[in-house]
Design a protein around this ligand. Structure first.
Ligand code: 9MR
Length: 542
């Protein structure tokens, strides 16, 4: 699970439980820094930053923990949970944070570090959630974290930091002191864990005459004994990795492929009879640093020939390995600029700058050579609502077809929101690309409850969830219609199963939780789910 959000229902349950004494929650860390010792908290940065117990600034009682002498965003206090954490444990974490320098509001991040039994493997750092604090005021922070079921894991730590920036990009505001107090880490009674509903209809079955329905997952979610896996097996028939098939994970060092995370997903899909997509092969983001560096002199950029060779090897190594097992590939992801033409270095893509625009054709040709049967997709976001971008994708794919480049489908990511784009824009976009003789695949659908980055955090009220259900229902009606016309590919993929796993939490606004998916953080079916399987169950749906 990439991110976990705090669900109000859980806290209700917990406080009820504590009063009624009926649940066995176990307090693992209860640090009020009153007794003069650090209670297991230590500086992360090899003692560059410092921790001290102070009495001039405190939340409750007479003292708090002061974090100072920080040089990087990631400098902050860390606590080990290695001896406590067991797969599927849910921890409830709360703390009070204070700062007095820098901007009027400051963002802080709660994160989890893991090490592995294979000590050669790099540690992983997961930003669980971020939150905003006001300068000069104590702010309470609460979240939950579910321990993934990873048999290769060794150590696990929890820590507080500022939102990550590369070390050479930090500003004075990233180095501010902060104070933290009354930190509680509580292991929740297993009886409080979310439970998938077993008696409701199966989502995919409802749509099986038109297409399969898939979802993005992480390797941590596909553990048979977990409730998250029960949810996946019940409702979805296609899987793709949200992150674990990206090059930074698959080929962290040149020639050293790490298949383990992707293959936990692939194995799970094959054991449960689900179909598979691979996302992505060529993308400007989440790449290892070595990819664009010259081998002999990493300070220099890689040459055109060497980068072409690296891409060809990467694409073909993966596609030969999974020939006849993975059906559909995002061969090139997000090639278009947000302003004009193809995405270039100025928008984070080095491919165009180093290789020229033919990198796209080449990638598809290498892909076809490696697996003649796989569906080859060019994947992009924002095509429905942005006429300029849509036209550029049209021109790009038209040119590819004319040059006999083997492209089978245009992927519409469909990271949309509760108001835009319109149903009619979605229909027209599908029809436009289908007119080129390619299929249209829905690859990453979700629906934010917010209409913009400036909208403040709000609860997912009944009215919002109804509006969302109506829109999911209307858009799936277009998918049905387009599938009947032969325009749509035979998979519709949703970017996550339950709201707590969505990338939309804390992004693009730290501390803002979203609810873009069909199941909530407790794995319960939302009105949007019912809009797709039995609208009569939701009062007010048209
Ligand atoms: O869901 C992914 C999220 O966990 C990552 O933090 C993020 C980092 O770039 O990538 C997310 O997935 C993206 C996908 O790979 C490409 N299309 C946009 C998706 C959402 O950002």
């Amino acid at each position: 699970m990439k991110k976990t959000v705090f669900a109000a229902a859980v806290f209700f349950a917990v406080s009820f439980a504590l009063n009624a004494q009926s649940y066995n929650n176990i307090t693992i860390v209860d640090s009020n820094f009153e007794n003069g010792n650090m209670d297991g908290w230590a500086p992360r940065g090899d003692k560059q930053e410092k921790l001290e117990i102070v009495t001039d600034i405190k939340h409750g009682g007479a003292s708090s923990l002061h974090v100072f002498n920080r040089s990087y965003t990631w400098h902050g206090p860390i606590h080990s949970l290695t001896d406590n954490a067991v797969a599927d444990d849910i921890y409830s974490i709360s703390a009070w944070i204070y700062f007095k320098d820098g901007p009027a509001t400051g963002a802080f991040t709660f994160s989890v570090e893991k090490s592995f039994k294979d000590t050669k493997k790099d540690h992983t750092y997961q930003n669980v959630t971020s939150f905003q604090a006001k300068k000069g005021e104590w702010t309470e922070f609460k979240t939950e974290y579910t321990v993934g079921a990873d048999p290769t894991q060794a150590g696990i730590w929890m820590y507080f930091e500022l939102p990550y920036k590369e070390d050479n990009l930090v500003t004075p505001n990233d180095k501010i002191d902060f104070w933290i107090d009354d930190i509680k880490i509580v292991k929740l009674d297993p009886a409080l864990r979310p439970k998938a509903e077993v008696t409701i209809p199966n989502l995919s079955e409802k749509w099986q005459n038109y297409f399969d329905i898939g979802t993005a997952v992480s390797a941590d979610e596909v553990n048979f004994s977990s409730q998250q896996a029960q949810l996946l097996m019940k409702h979805f028939t296609v899987l793709v990795a949200g992150n674990d098939m990206k090059m930074e994970t698959v080929q962290p060092k040149e020639g050293a492929f790490d298949w383990a995370p992707a293959e936990r997903i692939i194995d799970f899909a094959e054991m449960t009879g689900m179909r598979l997509r691979w996302h992505p092969l060529v993308w400007h983001s989440q790449n290892p640093a070595w990819l664009f560096q010259d081998k002999a002199n990493p300070a220099r950029a890689v040459s055109k020939d060497a980068l072409n060779q690296r891409l060809k090897t990467y694409i073909q190594t993966i596609m030969r390995r999974y020939r006849n097992r993975i059906e559909s590939y995002d061969v090139v992801n997000e090639p278009l600029s947000d302003t004009a033409g193809l995405r270039k270095g100025s928008e984070g893509s080095k491919y165009y700058d180093i290789l020229g625009q033919e990198y796209i054709d080449n990638a598809f040709r290498w892909a076809r050579e490696a697996d003649p049967n796989a569906q080859l997709v060019i994947n992009e976001y924002g095509l429905e609502g942005d006429a300029r971008k849509r036209q550029e994708m049209y021109n790009l794919v038209k040119g590819m077809k004319e040059r006999k480049v083997p492209v089978d489908a245009v992927g519409l990511q469909m990271h949309i929101d509760i108001r835009t784009p319109s149903v009619q824009q979605i229909r027209e976009t599908i029809e436009l690309f289908a007119s080129l003789g390619v299929k249209v695949l829905i690859t990453e659908m979700d629906m934010s409850i917010y209409t913009g980055n400036s909208e403040a955090k709000k609860p997912a009220s009944a009215a919002i969830l109804l509006e969302q259900a109506q829109r999911y229902k209307d858009i799936f009606a277009v998918f049905r219609e387009q599938s009947q016309k032969g325009n749509l590919g035979d998979m519709v993929v949703i970017w996550g199963a339950s709201d707590n796993t969505s990338w939309k939490n804390d992004f693009p606004v730290p501390g803002r939780t979203d609810a873009p998916l069909l199941f909530d953080g407790r794995l319960q079916s939302k009105p949007a789910f019912w809009g797709l399987v039995d609208p009569s169950k939701v009062k007010g749906l048209k």
